[in-house]
Ligand binder design. Structure first.
Ligand code: B12
Length: 212
């Protein structure tokens, strides 16, 4: 699983068109979608995260890299779905009500998809009622809630309450995450799983559906 340097750089530099073209070239050269994701795309986003942490990158760079990652994932998604005849599990994901941050959620989704989960992305500012509707419609194994604001963390609690009130709580596992979320909070609101990073999201999701 060799890293494609040009694709790596396209993601890190936020070059959307290049990212999509280079993914097409890797596919045409016979590279497996999962190898492209694990070998190049995820390491590139790790690098972006590091640059951000080191204050070499700021919000605009972060957003451009996030968009390049999204563009790179677009041709891979249908192939992943077709390759994994039986997905590891179905996940409904969204950023909770009042919160518009989606870079981290999108990374979590890319990682889950790269690991064989089918993910339905409800986007940002998702109300508890929309989560409830999506559970009824898609019957996921896992609900993945993201929040980046201290105030919107509380919407995780009201989302879980709405799911319980709708009689759906026993039918799914719920995992929560995002910068202000911590383990005690996750436990207190009755979530089944919690993770710090997008990589954690995969191991937590696998544990929740008991995939070895
Ligand atoms: C980018 C950004 C924005 C962008 C968002 C763009 C977008 N499309 O997402 C914009 C400019 C729109 C924005 C707006 C605002 N923002 Co803002 N934003 C940020 C910033 C700089 C980076 C967030 C980010 O993308 N990080 C990178 C990603 C990769 O990390 P991440 O999101 O944490 O996700 C990782 C993990 O948390 C985890 N994860 C995430 N979700 C989940 C879910 C599960 C289940 C699991 C397991 C893991 C997991 O995995 C990810 C990858 O490892 C942070 C500061 C910071 N240093 O974090 C402030 C920050 C989050 N924002 C903040 C604020 C206050 C705001 C505004 C209110 C500002 C304003 N006054 O208007 C608005 C709110 C808008 C709204 N209603 O949501 C504050 C929040 C303070 C707080 N604790 O409440 C922060 C911390 C800045 C600060 N220091 O004050 N913001």
């Amino acid at each position: 699983m060799a890293r494609c340097e040009a694709l790596f750089d396209a993601i890190v530099d936020g070059k959307i068109a290049d990212a999509q073209t280079l993914v097409g070239e890797r596919l045409a050269a016979g590279e497996a979608p999962m190898d492209i994701i694990a070998g190049t795309l995820i390491p590139a986003m790790d690098e972006v995260g590091q640059l951000f942490q080191d204050e070499e990158y700021f919000v605009p760079e972060l957003m451009m890299s996030g968009r390049a990652m999204k563009a790179a994932m677009a041709p891979l998604r249908p192939l992943l779905a077709a390759a994994g005849a039986v997905p590891a599990g179905v996940v409904v994901a969204g950023t909770v009500k009042g919160d518009l941050h989606d870079i981290g959620k999108n990374l979590v989704i890319s990682m889950l998809e790269g690991s064989g989960f089918k993910v339905i992305d409800l986007g940002t500012d998702v109300t508890p009622a929309r989560f409830v509707d999506a559970i009824r419609t898609h019957q996921p194994n896992i609900l993945c809630l993201s929040a980046l604001l201290t105030v919107t963390m509380l919407a995780m609690k009201s989302t879980i309450e709405a799911i319980t009130a709708a009689g759906l709580r026993d039918s799914i596992k719920i995992m929560v995450g995002g910068a202000p979320v911590h383990e005690k909070f996750a436990r207190d609101i009755g979530a089944d799983g919690y993770g710090v990073t997008a990589t954690d999201a995969v191991s937590v999701a696998r544990d929740l559906v008991s995939v070895a």
